[in-house]
Design a protein around this ligand. Structure first.
Ligand code: PHE
Length: 444
């Protein structure tokens, strides 16, 4: 059977978790919310909310050993077929993948241009970035096609030969590049400034926006609410310790986010640049800093953007897998056919997202004041992911036999850990996510 080895699962789930969310998004939102205090809130969100939902997806998948819908039905007390509607979450993965592939395309462009030139001024860097995403449709189409082709090629080969293998190669390489960049950052004077920015909390900077941003980031970074962890866990052998593996993935994911933050803030502070530059931090601020470092700057720029591509590819394959498994099991079709359907869908949606950012087609692809790219982002990360997560909590907390869950957990961990998890999944986590969802909807 096509299953992960234990280490293969940990690497693949960590590969899914570690992505643009860690290296691009985490540093810029930490910068926007002022550093230390935000990180403490984020760590608490990972520990109490993220890890709880991660374990929830893992237990459903491991028990069901099938796609999202089938796994929900088989674990429910009533075996009610209506739980098949939980399968809606696999669509969120495809939507995220559509624009994630476009962003990976931008990064590919940065890898290529970093060989020859780096902008020396922020205004030039900003203009270059703007031109790339709004004008260079031809190049962007080529990049998106390259990324989509790579993702499709990998998943066609299946869990063991495709997904496990690519993670076995790319994750160590990613670790190596980040390690090299960290060593370099350590040699710079501003490293200590980055440490104090990230680890000296100033709680006056924490408001409800910061809390919700931390919660949303914890979800996105652990790949929750799209069925990824559930589907990967379905390919984890039954006897494996899913609790220990889940904790390890959360530790790896969090460590990499913190390391990426340390590297990026050290670089920024060395150049006296702003830490609160927002999404442009990586695309605009960093290249200017690298340009001041001569040849070394080019090497660092290339390594950094290659690391982002590696991190992104291992996440991208995990976004499509839940949909593939869903089609394979529920409609009894081959992996090949499922890949054609799902690959085709995200490829086309990606083109729509890409064109919606352009000068030439932006107006046609803007609805209710938001372009298609932002709509896809909003629908998936702000609506579908939290709704799926709430559904997972309510399902496990109220529609599954507690004894079954208890037995699953206590085979691998203590009764106390189970009791805490069960309390969190029934009360704290669903309430926290409902608040997050209402906030995204503008209701609070
Ligand atoms: N965790 C990934 C990241 O941080 C994103 C992701 C979301 C991957 C959902 C899979 C599913 O970039």
């Amino acid at each position: 059977m096509n299953k992960f080895s234990r280490i293969g699962f940990i690497l693949a789930a960590a590969g899914s978790a570690v992505g643009l969310g860690n290296i691009w998004r985490f540093p810029y939102i930490t910068g926007e919310y002022g550093g230390g205090a935000f990180i403490i809130v984020y760590l608490l969100a990972i520990l109490f909310i993220g890890l709880t939902v991660f374990l929830a997806e893992a237990v459903i998948g491991q028990n069901g050993q099938s796609d999202v819908s089938t796994s929900f039905i088989s674990l429910s007390k009533s075996k009610n077929e209506n739980w098949k509607f939980a399968g809606f979450m696999v669509a969120a993965g495809l939507i995220i993948l559509s624009f994630y592939s476009v962003v990976l395309g931008w990064i590919l462009d940065y890898v290529i241009t970093s060989f020859s030139s780096l902008p020396t001024e922020a205004s030039v860097a900003g203009a270059n970035f703007e031109k790339l995403i709004s004008d260079d449709i031809g190049s962007l189409l080529v990049y998106h096609t390259l990324i989509a082709g790579t993702v499709i090629f990998i998943v066609l080969k299946g869990i063991k030969e495709g997904i496990e293998k690519i993670n076995l190669i790319l994750m160590p390489l990613l670790g190596l590049i980040l390690f090299g960049l960290l060593i370099y950052a350590l040699s710079l004077d501003s490293f200590s400034q980055a440490v104090s920015f990230m680890f000296t909390p100033d709680f006056s900077k924490i408001d409800s926006h910061a809390l919700l941003a931390a919660l949303g980031q914890a979800f996105f970074t652990l790949s929750l609410g799209v069925g990824t962890i559930l589907t990967y866990s379905a390919s984890l052998p039954k006897e494996a310790n899913f609790v220990k593996s889940s904790v390890m993935v959360a530790i790896v994911d969090t460590s990499i986010a913190l390391i990426a933050g340390l590297i990026i803030f050290t670089f920024l502070f060395t150049a006296g640049a702003e830490s609160a530059a927002g999404p442009g931090l990586v695309f605009i601020s960093l290249p200017v800093i690298f340009s001041g470092w001569g040849v070394l700057g080019h090497v660092i720029a290339i390594s950094f953007f290659v690391a982002l591509v590696f991190a992104g590819i291992t996440s991208a394959v995990s976004m499509i897998e839940p949909a593939l498994r869903f089609f394979i099991e529920r409609f009894n079709i081959s992996r090949r056919s499922a890949t054609i359907i799902c690959g085709g869908t995200f490829y086309v949606l990606g083109i729509v997202a890409l064109l919606s950012m352009s000068k030439s087609f932006g107006a046609e692809l803007t609805f209710f004041g938001k372009n298609a790219f932002d709509i896809m982002d909003f629908m998936s990360s702000s609506l579908m992911m939290p709704i799926a997560a709430i559904m997972i909590c309510i399902f496990l907390g109220y529609f599954v036999d507690k004894k079954v869950l208890e037995e699953k957990f206590t085979t691998h961990t203590s009764q106390t850990i189970f009791n805490i998890w069960y309390f969190l999944i029934r009360y704290l986590v669903p309430v926290a996510i409902i608040v997050l969802l209402l906030n995204k909807l503008g209701a609070i």
